[in-house]
Design a protein around this ligand. Structure first.
Ligand SMILES: [Zn+2]
Length: 465
């Protein structure tokens, strides 16, 4: 059995692992690579394998960096099944449609700027029609239901507790008579994170592919997150300013809305208007609402048992309409805007940034991880001048980064995930979805627990099990 690491290799985007066994092959995830525009486009356009020869795709969850490049795979000849949980499929449908429309919109805007600069126009990675061609290939599977992937390989999804529908994947492989249990963690959530249930840890494994986004740090408690948020909101509102929160439309947005609603109920934050300005976030929230049974106990205790919708409250407005979105620019009173994308690589948040980053009265609040070379990361790292939608802007606004807000397991969680299978059994550990700064010390920590074969594969590396 071979695993060919084709994405999220020493980086946190473009999750894609190509598995070959018994002369057949399939893909774990088909994520979009995000980073420097030209480099990202090139990586996303070409696959280091033949998509037409692939039997299946097994998806961990509906985030762009795990599922966002499916249309390019299908456009390049993939005709197999795409296995995912029912909620992941629902979320992927809206996410891929939105991604294609956003690309068309952003490219139109970018090409206008390029025309002025006498540069040739560029094309989107995929069109809405190409995104639509993915939909008939999805096959739903509930958690803990075992299904065939290809000859000699069965898979089972378990709740990864990261976003709704997210899954870890257990592969049970018969490699010419050799039986192997291989785990793919997907993105692992945090225990006690609001909304999602605690992650189910895959155990008794011969090999594990595990994400390490926050392998280099330990998160504080979620109660501290609430207090930090209260202080930021109070201090910004007191100066008459506004807060812009770039947030992934799926997962992050519902989590921040949930928390703000809770803080309102507890009377801990002022009565400030809040806008969720992202058509995808609106659709994703509707999907969350239609699966309230999947929410965790805290959501039931605070909201559902009291017949409250966690995702709606008096001061909150969801915005789909483009003109209503533009009108937010003219608001003269304090307010909060939550808008996608989280890494500021596309979407309406770019327009809000373009209008507000040069104002000292704006607070830009980051609540999620941003990959290297993305606009969000540049701003988080202190860049004073950035390009937004092709134009130069000076950053004069206040910046605050809340790493503690993460929906990813931290170093402690990853180590206890691994320790669930003893070193005598777990012979291969592959660290993916993590940048070098976070992963190097984690490798030492894993080895010190007795696990000898820990690998941190680079892009296009093939490892044998
Ligand atoms: Zn994710």
């Amino acid at each position: 059995m071979k695993i060919h690491f084709c994405g999220a290799a020493q980086t946190v985007t473009g999750s894609q692992h190509h598995v070959s066994v018994n002369g057949r092959s399939f893909l774990l995830d088909c994520g979009l690579f995000q980073g420097r525009r030209q480099e990202a486009l090139e990586k996303n356009q070409k696959f280091p394998f033949d998509p037409a020869a692939m039997d299946a795709v097994v998806l961990s969850h509906a985030h762009m960096d795990h599922s966002g490049n499916l249309p390019t795979l299908v456009k390049n000849g993939f005709k197999g099944h795409i296995h995912a949980t029912p909620v992941t499929i629902e979320l992927c449908r809206v996410m891929l449609r939105d991604s294609a429309h956003l690309q068309m919109h952003d490219i139109e805007f970018l090409n206008k700027v390029r025309r002025k600069q006498n540069l040739a126009p560029v094309k989107p990675l995929y069109t809405p029609e190409e995104a639509e061609a993915v939909m008939p290939l999805f096959v739903p599977h509930e958690y803990e239901e075992t299904f065939p992937v290809t000859q000699g390989v069965e898979a089972t999804f378990s709740d990864a507790g990261h976003i709704l529908g997210s899954a870890g994947v257990l592969l049970e492989v018969n490699d010419r008579g050799r039986l192997l249990r291989v785990g793919f963690s997907g993105d692992v959530g945090r225990p006690h994170l609001p909304i999602t249930r605690d992650p189910v840890v895959l155990d008794d494994l011969d090999a594990l592919i595990v994400e390490t986004t926050y392998g280099g740090r330990t998160h504080g408690s979620f109660e501290d997150v609430e207090e930090e948020l209260v202080q930021i909101i109070k201090s910004t509102m007191a100066t008459g300013g506004k807060i812009i929160i770039p947030a992934f439309a799926i997962g992050r947005t519902q989590l921040i809305v949930f928390l703000l609603h809770k803080l309102f109920l507890e009377d801990r934050i002022p009565e400030v208007p809040i806008f969720v300005d992202s058509p995808l976030a609106v659709s994703a929230t509707d999907i969350y609402r239609s699966h309230l049974d999947l929410l965790d106990r805290q959501a039931h205790r605070i909201f559902l048992n009291n017949k409250l919708d966690p995702f709606s409250f008096r001061r909150l407005t969801y915005i789909q309409d483009k003109d209503a979105s533009k009108k937010l620019n003219d608001l003269a009173y304090p307010h909060i805007i939550i808008s996608a994308s989280g890494m500021c690589e596309g979407g309406r948040v770019l327009h809000h940034l373009r209008n507000s980053v040069d104002s000292q009265n704006t607070m830009l609040l980051f609540i999620g991880y941003a990959a290297q070379h993305t606009l969000a990361r540049k701003i988080m790292d202190g860049a004073k001048h950035v390009k937004i939608l092709g134009e130069d802007h000076e950053i004069k606004c206040k910046i605050h980064v809340m790493d503690n807000f993460s929906a990813h397991a931290d170093r402690h969680d990853i180590l206890s995930y691994i320790r669930t299978t003893p070193p005598e059994k777990l012979k291969h550990i592959f660290l993916v979805h993590g940048e070098q700064d976070n992963s190097n010390s984690l490798i030492d920590a894993i080895r010190s627990q007795g696990y000898q074969n820990v690998q941190y594969p680079t892009f296009d590396t093939v490892c044998e099990i």
